[in-house]
Design a protein around this ligand. Sequence first.
Ligand SMILES: [Zn+2]
Length: 63
Amino acid sequence: MPENTTRTRRCPDCDGFPTVAITTGHTTGNGTRHTITAICRACHGTGTVPLRTRTAAGVEVAA
Ligand SMILES: [Zn+2]
């Protein structure tokens, strides 16, 4: 068993990369690419989501 027992798992939407920079196609005054930052909406930029457990009734609840 790993010692890491935190009750989270990697976000399935962003696969652990919650924040990315996207180039807009424009360049700034000093020649660098202009970028915007996009944050994963599923995990809100954390990269992890709470581990969910299934109950006997089959309904998922947050752990
Ligand atoms: Zn995510």
